[in-house]
Ligand binder design. Structure first.
Ligand code: SF4
Ligand code: SF4
Ligand code: FES
Length: 549
């Protein structure tokens, strides 16, 4: 493979690579604002300037300049090499690039940084981007000097509402046009553009329009500074107090890789951010997914319910035994409901109880109803683990809940053991039918029709509180890390299933998540690779909220 040298280090490049792309792939950071690996090249910020050495025997391209001579107290004629933007310059075999080893580059980056900050309000103490802002980071790395301009800065519009989710501050904007390009190229809704030139320029929304497509929070996320802020996150938290867990979005079957940022001091999640995965979501997430972090704490089932009344887990388990006592050895009277909302581990525990002990032959699957999909990321299937459930069940292919209701109506079943709370059918009708059952036991993390219909409901830990594997629509098994401490009496679903099994007198042996994982089939076990590696608490605590490339 052809190579280039950056600061003496030889790195390979692929046909068509720019210097910054090859460097990025090799883990070399060249400072940049306007470049984003998922967007076209604008080359307007000039922060990525590098010095490309001339081929052997050829003179370097030089520029005539005037340089300040402190001794003379005047400008004197001088020459310096012409620098090139690394985001635009293509690689050629044997090319030699100086990035962090050139005094000219160092000087240029400092000057670019100074220019970008000339009219900047530097309102870091009240800016949501503080702590993860390129302007702050690069000032420290490449400038470290005070402002020389004494005049009043140019003032521009502040707190401009771009749409229901995004607020814009033109004074902080560096006109990198990432937001404009994202809307145009990824979302294909070219609703943003640049108005005016020079220090009067600003980003505007097309007349009569709003920034209100399905990826507005992502538009905010690509902003490298605090110019675009999300209504949801504005002024809610300082990022240096937040920790990040590597999660899998639960919003739909796409399974976008995400970071869940949470404050361990109050056990509260604050936002979802995309985590790059070339094979699943590239660099993006949809609004629905980014806001779905709220479901980690909203509408939760936090204590056991017996007959709709709060109970301890122990009392509820006793009630489970009573409720299910009637089925004796007649497994044909029991239906099992797996959940496309719950992890492979939870579903596998229930399957083990079903196949090995109860002997029930009929499986059904609960989950959220279909919704809107698109050609970018969003799946119509709004459940994160439909494929995982189908794989686990194998030849016992689970049927939809509507089929369960028909079978209950026909008097086929008297007992149901279910995971999950959501049903894709009309709730009223479902409650009417399910009320005919002699025993309905539900293990669920959230409130919902299946919980309301249950004689006994047990509170499972939500996806953000427990380690779990989810198989996305492509069949990729991905692990989601826990972030929060379980709320109330919630405990992992696989553990509750095991305790139900033991209460019913079966020898369920799962003592830990690793026991469940060991028993899981090889196809659905994660490989511990980039998406699956378990991390220690110390690793997690060390994860700094990241700025997207
Ligand atoms: S709003 Fe942010 S992303 Fe858009 S041009 Fe300004 S700095 Fe760049
Ligand atoms: S596309 Fe689906 S998985 Fe991806 S962020 Fe949106 S809801 Fe989440
Ligand atoms: S990153 Fe190259 S010019 Fe902006």
């Amino acid at each position: 493979m052809a190579t280039i040298k950056i600061d003496g280090r030889e790195i390979p490049f692929e046909q068509g690579d720019t210097i910054i792309r090859a460097a990025h792939r090799a883990g070399i950071d060249i400072p940049h604002y306007c470049w984003h690996p998922g967007l076209s090249v604008a080359a307007n910020c000039r922060m990525c300037l590098v010095e490309v050495l001339p081929p052997p025997g050829r003179p370097a391209m030089q520029l005539d300049i005037l340089r300040w001579d402190a001794k003379k107290g005047d400008y004197v004629p001088a020459r310096k090499p012409k620098l090139v933007p690394a985001c635009q310059q293509g690689c050629t075999p044997g090319m030699e690039v100086l990035s962090s080893t050139s005094e000219h580059v160092e000087e240029a980056r400092s000057a670019v940084q100074e220019l970008l900050l000339l009219n900047h309000p530097v309102d870091c103490p009240i800016c949501d981007q503080a702590g993860e802002c390129r302007l702050q980071d690069y000032w420290l790395e490449h400038q470290r000097t005070g402002k020389r301009m004494q005049q009043e800065v140019v003032h521009k519009p502040k707190a401009v509402v771009f749409g229901p989710t995004i607020v814009y501050d033109a004074e902080r904007c560096i006109i990198c046009t990432r937001c404009v390009r994202f809307c145009e190229e990824v979302v294909q809704d070219p609703v943003l553009s640049v108005r005016e030139r020079g220090n009067l320029n600003e980003i505007v929304v097309s007349p009569g329009k709003q920034l209100d497509h399905d990826y507005t929070l992502m538009t905010e996320h690509v902003c490298p500074v605090g110019a675009l802020t999300s209504v949801d996150f504005r002024f809610k938290a300082r990022v240096w107090f937040l920790r990040s867990a590597r999660t899998v979005c639960q919003g739909c079957a796409t399974g976008c890789n995400a970071y869940l940022d949470y404050d361990p001091r109050n056990n509260t999640p604050y936002r979802h951010r995309p985590r790059d995965n070339e094979h699943v979501n590239k660099y993006w997430m949809c609004d629905e997914g980014m806001l779905s972090y709220k479901r980690a704490v909203e509408n939760r089932l936090t204590s056991a319910l017996v007959g709709g009344e709060d109970a301890t887990i122990e009392d509820a388990l006793d009630a489970v035994k009573e409720q299910l006592a009637g089925f004796g050895d007649d497994a044909s009277r029991v239906a099992i409901v797996l959940s496309a909302q719950h992890s492979n581990e939870d579903n596998y525990a229930l399957l083990t109880l079903t196949r090995t002990f109860v002997g029930a032959k009929n499986l059904y699957v609960s989950g959220r109803p279909l919704g809107r999909g698109d050609k970018i990321l969003m799946s119509e299937d709004k459940n994160p683990n439909t494929r995982g459930v189908m794989q686990l069940a194998g030849s016992m292919a689970p049927k939809p809940i509507a089929a369960l209701l028909d079978a209950v109506k026909a008097g086929k079943y008297s007992f149901v053991i279910a995971l999950g709370s959501e049903l894709e059918v009309d709730e009223k009708e479902a409650l009417g039918v399910l009320s005919k059952l002699k025993g309905l036991v539900t293990i669920a993390s959230h409130d919902g029709p299946l919980v309301r219909a249950a004689h006994v409901a047990l509170p499972a830990a939500a996806w953000a509180e427990t380690d779990g594997t989810y198989v996305n629509r492509q069949g990729l098994a991905q692990r989601s890390e826990p972030a929060l401490r379980p709320r109330g009496d919630a405990t992992p679903g696989w553990d509750l299933v095991t305790r139900v099994g033991k209460k019913l007198g079966y020898a369920m042996t799962f003592k830990s998540l690793s026991d469940v994982r060991r028993a899981l089939s090889a196809e659905t076990r994660t490989d511990g690779g980039a998406n699956g590696a378990a991390r220690t608490d110390a690793d997690r605590a060390a994860t700094k909220p990241e700025v997207s490339a």
